[in-house]
Design a binder for this molecule. Structure first.
Ligand code: ADE
Length: 235
């Protein structure tokens, strides 16, 4: 591992959920585990039930107005967020919701520059709207579909953010080459053998001619973007 530069800051992500077991496996596996072991990020999963004053550990109640479904109450969410914000400043307090701003690569890039963020996972029919009005600074959706809870959204966002932190990916360049990073899809990649079942790797990649290979890569990126995601070229 490279020595860390003197200005290096450890990013901290606090995830608040009623289903901590759904996230603990995820944040302690693969890239996120490696990033934490390298000391580049700290991820904490908080069980919302640990913050309720209810003796049965309930965190939800019936909605006023007689609507269907259950709503997460203010008290445990406020208690958990207050405990965290009493310790440090948070750049964003995010709520995962299908009606939030659409998560995309530019949002991942900008969130990866923050020092501390909270992600509150929504559940049931929603959360008491006063939390959204008074404590939440950003509402984020991962797509136009409804999930049963915000845990998968928190996992998707954490993964996309953490892999952008310098030093997390083995090859520092690789995050820059991602699809979407410049509104272009990535070029195809191949590995050995050069021929498999008669399927050949493009000759140019075996030529050793760096400038021509770079040109091929750009042209492939453009061609795939035009064919598969022409909307990206309008951005
Ligand atoms: N919770 C439920 N659906 C969601 C979505 N699409 N994005 C973020 N959070 C959600």
């Amino acid at each position: 591992m490279l020595p860390l530069p003197y200005f290096y800051i450890v990013m901290r992500i606090d995830i608040i959920t009623v289903l901590p077991e759904m996230l603990e496996g995820f944040v302690n596996t693969s890239i996120l585990a490696r990033a934490q072991k390298k000391g580049l990020v700290e991820i904490y999963v908080h069980n919302l039930r640990d913050y309720t004053t209810d003796k049965h550990r309930r965190v939800d109640d019936y909605p006023f107005g007689g609507f269907a479904g259950m709503v997460m109450q203010c008290q445990p969410i406020d208690a958990c967020i207050s405990a965290l914000t009493a310790e440090r400043h948070y750049d964003e307090i995010i709520f995962t919701s299908p009606d939030g701003e659409q998560f995309d690569q530019p949002m991942a890039n900008s969130l990866s520059l923050h020092k501390n963020i909270i992600i509150l996972c929504g559940h049931y029919k929603g959360i008491d709207y006063r939390i959204r009005e008074h404590l939440i600074t950003k509402e984020v959706s991962i797509g136009d579909y409804v999930l049963t809870g915000g845990e998968l959204a928190a996992a998707v966002m954490s993964d996309a953010i953490v892999r952008l932190i310098p030093g997390v990916l083995g090859d520092e360049q690789s995050a820059f080459n991602d699809s979407f990073q410049d509104n272009l899809l990535a070029a195809p990649v191949y590995t050995r053998p050069a021929e498999y079942k008669g399927w050949r790797v493009p000759d140019i990649l075996l030529s050793g001619h760096d400038a021509k290979i770079k040109e091929w890569e750009i042209q492939q990126s453009l061609e795939r973007t035009k064919r598969l995601r022409p909307d990206l070229l309008d951005k």
